[in-house]
Design a binder for this molecule. Structure first.
Ligand code: ADP
Ligand code: MG
Length: 262
């Protein structure tokens, strides 16, 4: 049974008289443990698709079956419950609270999931999640004291806090330089390979899409390509080929000369 299955998903936004047909019939099956990239130009419906898969929005018509359950017609509250239990989100702009420590940012979803988890357990889980993304020593830093790559790792830790079976990432490397993008893709590949988390990653960059094992092309609200990656990029291998990084104070990005000979 696929973890995600959609049949003829349609999403039409109404802006007064104007109708925007963002999705025009998306049918796809995604198996548990897949790492899939959705690639397509701006406006092709990628984010709309992710919002529906993530139970943030409902389709205008069509069917969405998540882990065997038809969720297309559930109420907003029912969708929120499923979302909190099963899905983690990562966004291009990190979406962190800037004046709040990394630890508190990661813990936040646990406060709203209705599980009634005790404070000490929440702390422990948040610490563990930060450790998993290599930021155990930055727990008390605020996002505005961190590099973009570190902020995105905090956001990934937050996405993991509810132990989701699916992680949805919308242009997660869109604000990152290429080196940091590889580091973030290494985390996604590890989560997929080592924890079996199903990952759906949206990008408009072919080079980023190639870290996935399956690439689905979107255009004008339709799927126009769907194939296994021919030569998959392995972030861990690429990282070892990079020159060593220089750890810097927040706000002082290393210049090119800093890196030379480091
Ligand atoms: P992508 O993520 O591929 O750039 P989107 O899913 O964001 O594409 O958008 C698909 C189309 O739907 C675009 O034409 C966009 O302008 C439109 N759209 C997206 N969200 C809304 C909204 N909330 N209201 C109206 N139109 C929207
Ligand atoms: Mg988008």
């Amino acid at each position: 049974m696929p973890i995600i299955s959609t049949h003829e998903l349609v999403k039409t936004y109404s802006l007064g008289e104007v109708k925007v047909r963002a999705l025009r019939g998306i049918s796809i099956e995604i198996q548990a443990g897949e790492f899939l990239s959705v690639i397509g130009p701006s406006g092709s419906g990628k984010s709309t698709f992710m919002h529906i898969l993530g139970c943030l929005d409902r389709p205008t018509s069509g069917q969405y079956v998540l882990e065997g359950k038809d969720v297309s017609k559930l109420s907003k509250n029912e969708l929120a419950a499923i979302r909190n239990r099963q899905i983690g989100f990562v966004f291009q702009g990190f979406n962190l609270l800037t004046r709040t420590s990394a630890l508190d940012n990661v813990e936040l979803p646990l406060l709203y999931d209705g599980s009634g988890m005790k404070g000490a357990e929440r702390r422990q889980r948040s610490q563990d999640a930060l450790k998993e993304v290599g930021l155990a020593d930055r727990a008390n830093h605020h996002p505005n004291q961190m590099s973009g790559g570190q902020q995105q790792r905090v956001a990934i830790a937050r996405a993991l806090i509810n132990d989701p079976s699916i992680v949805l990432a919308d242009e997660p490397t869109g604000n990152l330089d290429s080196r940091t993008s590889i580091e973030v893709m290494e985390i996604f590949q590890a989560l997929n390979a080592e924890r079996g988390i199903t990952i759906l990653l949206i990008t408009h960059e072919q080079a980023i899409a190639e870290y996935a094992s399956r690439i689905v092309g979107f255009r004008d609200g339709r799927i126009v390509a769907d194939h296994q990656t021919e030569t998959r990029r392995i972030a861990r291998d690429e990282m070892t080929a990079l020159p060593p990084d220089v750890d810097v104070e927040p706000g002082h990005q290393p210049s090119e000369t800093t890196n030379i000979g480091a």
